[in-house]
Every structure is written in structure tokens, then in C-alpha cells.
Design a protein around this ligand. Structure first.
Ligand code: ADP
Length: 594
């Protein structure tokens, strides 16, 4: 623990400083005390020396040299002097605390020499005192006194200082313990902050020991609070994301369910992760049975399965299209499977799009048949026109009746051409959504007699009984005359076409409760259920062998219904196979149409 080491180092430094200052204090105090003791000793020696010098002057004047010598010995012993002697100016020692050092045994009667000058500022252990022996001469008392301080002189001081140091150390240890508990917390928090700044983000790593004191506990609770807030905001964010994601995915799945195409999302393991309603319906399987199921459990066609495997496995998955025919009893359904990877970086996920293209295929076939039929229909009248024109030119010079017959045929073929081209144009307009009406007043009491005249000869020729049941008074309607007539022609033309000779075609017009109702009934081949339902589809022709020899494009009913619907009405059919059909136009006689 770094902060503990820091505290330990700090404690040792403080203890060292304390001991060093205690030692320095002890040394300084001892040296001061030593100086004081030496000074006091020197003062005592100086005082004793002064007294001795005065006494020696008196005793030497009385020639009491031996007494002086005894005094010196006694003083040296008493004061612990290293040297104590009386020296004459010529250097002879007449008295000494060490008798062997005496050089002159007897005191001369008189001697010469200047008096000793004493340096007042003299310091140290050597002391000199002038002696003037009356009637004899000058001398000097030399004393050397090295102060000997006993070993125990300092111990009270040392003991006192040691005691103070010990007390200080104990106090410091108590302080250290206190500092460890409070400063330890602060240092641990500091270390945590530094590690956070260094990139440490884990809150567990930033926590400190709660034993380090209240600061540490406060820090930990601060971290816990921050952690709680962090989790709360993360949870809130996640909830918001999930909610918005769930909302958008719900909306997406609703949108996918509305699609008429089937959608199946496959995972890497070829199991369905998502299936929309149309896919379940097209594959005739329950959606819940498909979810999480392996693709081969609900798609049996080997080509589709191979496409799925290729799309989920290969590094370069591409779109693959497989068309599968399925027999449901008598009906045949054509399904198109488009298998494609969801996105390039997510190798493994694939989307299967399923479409029912039965209608589309039938329409395509009808369109091709229509093109072939239209080409044939256009070519036949053109060929006839060319042949009859040549005949009129060649033989007309000789026989004028031939010209008349030829022109008559040419005229009929031109009408036929006009009808075919009109059909093609109308269907093109329906396909483009641009079929529009040019409304005028249309007198129905003119329209139906014209219709009767147009088909009268054809009916007689085909040995059909054509009847018109018209009310005594027919209204005038607001309508597109040409298109309205075209719709009537298509219904009546079909009745004539699909009724074998000897049959009957009846047109009945009624005006009832503001509605114009026109029934075109025949006793012809009729239609089965499927043909009846699909008769109004563009390019649709019944699968009846009997109509294969009858010319048609599959457009007449589609055009008729579209035209009547543009007028605000509708066309419906009732039919029974081999018995006949009745097509009914219902048109409201509103202000717009009357
Ligand atoms: P087409 O040019 O083939 O007559 P239509 O659109 O007029 O095209 O009619 C579509 C199909 O409906 C026909 O091919 C025929 O099979 C059926 N159909 C129409 N009118 C009759 C009818 N009066 N009797 C029986 N079948 C009919």
C-alpha cells in the first residue's frame, strides 16, 4: 500500500528529526554546563590563588618558606591543581606543590627582577599572581588548574532530556497512529484520484478501505452514489433505446405483415428468425410452426433449399430466383422464391421472398396470346383488304358488280380493323390509367336501335334469335357516347360469339328507382365458376376448348367494366356452364348521367 509506506516514511522522518533535535539539545546543554562549571572552577582557583599570594608575601617576608611550601601542597591537593609554584624573576622555583621541582632550596636574602605584569584578560587554566616580598624582591605564583568535571556531572541533564525525548516519541507514536487513521484515508483518496486521472475507471478499484476513517467511508459512499446514478442513467438509456427499438420493430413487423409477398429471414443455421403473415399463408404453414424451424421443414423444393444453403454459406452470396409449381387439387399455383443475402458483412443471414405469380404468369401468357392474336387479327383484315382491292382493280373494269362487292368487303374489314385498334388503344389507356371520358348527352332511344341494326344481320346469319326488350321511353344520359357504345358492343358481341347457332340473345333495358339496368342474356356455352370469377381480368380467356376456335383478345369485358365504372356503374355476370350467361350493366341515373 503506497500511502501506508508514505505515512511510515513520514513517521520515521519526524522521529529522526525529533531524536536529532533532542541529541543536539543535549549536546548544547552539556557544553553550556561544562563552560559554566569550568568558569566557576577557574573563579575559585583565582580566589584561592589570590589569597595564597597574599599569604605567601607575608610568610616569605618572615622567611617562612617551608610554611609556604606546605600551603602550596595543601592547596594543590584541595583544588586538584596540576601546577602550583612560586617562581623568582630569574626562573628559580622556590616553592612547588611538587617538591622535586624546587630549584632553590633556600630563599635568597634579596633578589632583583621586575614585578610580574598580569594580563587582566588572561583566560584558560594557567593563572599567575604577582608576589612582592617586602625587603627582598618580586616573585610570582603560577597555578595551572584544569577543571576536572566528574562523569556524573551531566547525567541529570541527560536523564531529563532523555525523558523528554521518550515522552515526545510516545506522543509522536500516538500522533502517528492518529495520522495513520485520518491522513491514511486522505492519502488513499488522493491515490485513488490520481489512478482515476491515469485512466482507471473501475469503481471497485477506486474504493478505499473503510477502516481508514470517516473520510474513507465518505469517499466510498460518494463512489457508490455515483455508481448508482451511472447505473440508473444507463438503465434509463437502455430502456429508452429498447422502447424506441421495440416500437420501430413492431411497426416494421406490422408493415411486413401487410405485404402481399412472403418474407422469411433465415439465420446462419438456416432457421427462420422472422416470418410474415403472407409467407405462412403462401406456404400453407402456421407461422408459429415456422419460427425457429429449419427451412427444410416448411420448404420442400430442393432447388430453393440449395439456394438458401448457397446464400448463407458462400463468401459471395448472390440473389437466386427459383419458380416452383404447386398443385392444390385441380388448381395449380406458381410460387416464385427469391433468395438473397441480407447484407454482405453479415454472412449467414438470408432473406427469402415468396410471391404467388400464378396470376402474373397467366396475364403474361394472355398478353403474349393477345399480341399474337392482335397481329393475326390485324393481318387478316389487311390481307383481305389487299386481296379485294386487287380484285376490284383487275376485274372491276369488266364487271362493275365485282367492284361493289369488293368495296363492301373492304368496308367491313376496315370496321374490323377499327375495332381491333380501338380495343388495343383502350386497353393501353386502362393500363396507363389515362382512360378518360368525354361526356355528352346520349339518347338511349337512338343507341339501342342502332345496336339492333348492327347485329340484326349477324344474328340472322348465325341463326340466332336476337331480341330487344326496351321500355316505351328511354332516357337521355350524360355519357361518353363512343365508349358507352363500345361497352354495349363488347357484351352483345360476346353473347353472339359464345352462343351456338339456334340460340337466343336478349337485350333487356329497364329504368327502375333511378337506375338504368341493361341485361345482355344468351343461351350460349356459359362459364364455370373459375372462368366467371376471372372473366373481367385483362387478357383472360376461359379454358373452355370450345372458345379456342372463337376469335378474341380477352380484353372486351375488362374494357366494358372499366368504362361502366368510369360512368359510376358496374358490370356483373351470372352464368351457368352449357346453359348461358347474363351480363348486367347497372348505372345510376343521377344528375351526372341524366
Ligand atoms: P374475348 O375477346 O376473349 O371475348 P372478353 O374479355 O370479351 O374477351 O371475354 C373474356 C372471356 O370471358 C372470354 O374469352 C370467354 O371465355 C368469356 N365470355 C365472355 N362472354 C361470354 C359469354 N357471353 N358466354 C360465355 N363466355 C363468355
Amino acid at each position: 500500500m503506497r500511502y501506508e509506506f508514505q505515512i511510515l516514511v513520514a513517521g520515521l522522518v519526524v522521529a529522526g528529526l525529533l531524536l536529532a533535535s533532542a541529541g543536539a539539545t543535549a549536546w548544547w546543554a552539556a557544553s553550556v554546563q561544562k563552560g559554566v562549571l569550568q568558569q566557576s572552577h577557574a573563579d575559585q582557583v583565582r580566589a584561592a590563588g589570590s589569597v595564597l599570594a597574599q599569604s605567601a608575601e607575608v610568610l616569605l617576608a618572615d622567611n617562612e618558606l617551608s610554611s609556604v611550601r606546605r600551603m602550596l601542597i595543601a592547596l594543590a591537593r584541595e583544588r586538584g591543581l596540576q601546577r602550583c609554584r612560586i617562581v623568582l624573576p630569574d626562573g628559580n622555583v622556590v616553592a612547588d606543590a611538587t617538591p622535586s621541582s624546587i630549584t632553590l632550596r633556600e630563599l635568597p636574602a634579596q633578589w632583583s627582577g621586575a614585578a610580574t605584569v598580569v594580563d587582566a584578560d588572561a583566560q584558560g587554566s594557567a593563572h599567575v599572581f604577582p608576589i612582592t616580598v617586602p625587603g627582598r624582591g618580586n616573585a610570582r605564583l603560577e597555578i595551572t588548574a584544569e577543571a576536572e568535571i566528574p562523569a556524573g556531572a551531566y547525567w541529570p541533564l541527560q536523564a531529563g532530556l532523555g525523558g523528554i525525548s521518550i515522552v515526545a516519541l510516545i506522543a509522536m507514536m500516538i500522533l502517528y497512529r492518529h495520522a495513520t487513521s485520518s491522513l491514511g484515508g486522505v492519502l488513499a483518496i488522493r491515490q485513488a484520484l490520481l489512478s482515476r486521472q491515469g485512466g482507471q475507471a473501475s469503481l471497485e478499484a477506486l474504493e478505499v478501505s473503510p477502516d481508514l476513517g470517516p473520510e474513507a467511508q465518505a469517499w466510498n459512499s460518494l463512489l457508490a452514489e455515483q455508481e448508482r446514478e451511472h447505473k440508473q442513467s444507463a438503465l434509463q438509456k437502455t430502456t429508452e433505446t429498447v422502447t424506441s427499438h421495440r416500437g420501430s420493430s413492431d411497426r416494421l413487423s406490422i408493415a411486413c405483415d401487410v405485404l402481399s409477398q412472403g418474407l422469411i429471414l433465415l439465420g446462419k443455421d438456416l432457421r427462420a428468425e422472422y416470418v410474415n403473415g403472407a409467407a405462412a399463408a403462401l406456404l400453407q404453414t402456421k407461422r408459429e410452426d415456422m419460427i425457429s424451424a429449419e427451412v427444410s421443414t416448411f420448404i420442400k423444393d430442393e432447388r430453393v433449399l440449395a439456394a438458401c444453403r448457397a446464400s448463407t454459406a458462400g463468401p459471395m452470396p448472390r440473389r437466386m430466383i427459383v419458380e416452383v409449381e404447386r398443385c392444390d387439387g385441380e388448381a395449380t399455383t406458381l410460387l416464385r422464391f427469391i433468395v438473397r443475402p441480407v447484407r454482405r458483412e453479415d454472412i449467414g443471414a438470408a432473406m427469402i421472398i415468396v410471391e404467388d405469380i400464378t396470376q402474373q404468369r397467366v396475364a403474361e401468357e394472355s398478353r403474349h396470346a393477345f399480341v399474337a392474336q392482335a397481329t393475326h387479327e390485324l393481318r387478316t383484315p389487311l390481307t383481305n383488304i389487299r386481296l379485294y382491292a386487287e380484285m376490284a382493280l383487275d376485274e372491276g373494269k369488266n364487271d362493275p358488280t365485282v367492284v361493289g362487292n369488293c368495296l363492301n368487303v373492304i368496308n367491313q374489314e376496315v370496321f374490323r380493323l377499327d375495332r381491333i385498334v380501338g380495343d388495343i388503344l383502350s386497353i393501353a389507356e386502362i393500363e396507363a390509367g389515362t382512360l378518360s371520358l368525354k361526356k355528352n348527352d346520349v339518347r338511349l332511344d337512338e343507341v339501342f336501335p342502332e345496336l339492333q341494326a348492327d347485329y340484326g344481320a349477324q344474328a340472322a346469319e348465325k341463326q340466332l334469335k336476337l331480341t330487344f326488350n326496351l321500355p316505351p321511353k328511354l332516357p337521355v344520359i350524360r355519357a361518353d357516347r363512343d365508349k358507352f357504345r363500345l361497352a354495349l358492343h363488347n357484351l352483345l358481341g360476346n353473347a353472339m360469339k359464345y352462343t351456338p347457332p339456334g340460340g337466343q340473345v336478349t337485350v333487356t333495358v329497364t329504368v327502375d328507382q333511378g337506375r338504368l339496368v341493361i341485361d345482355v342474356a344468351d343461351t350460349g356455352i356459359g362459364m364455370n365458376e373459375e372462368d366467371r370469377q376471372r372473366a373481367f381480368e385483362k387478357f383472360y380467356r376461359a379454358k373452355d376448348d370450345r372458345i379456342a376456335t372463337i376469335k378474341g383478345s380477352g380484353l372486351g369485358l375488362a374494357i366494358a367494366r372499366e368504362v361502366i365504372r368510369l360512368h359510376g356503374g358496374d358490370v356483373v355476370v351470372q352464368s351457368e356452364l352449357n346453359k348461358g350467361s347474363t351480363f348486367t350493366i347497372g348505372l345510376p341515373l343521377t344528375e351526372a348521367t341524366t
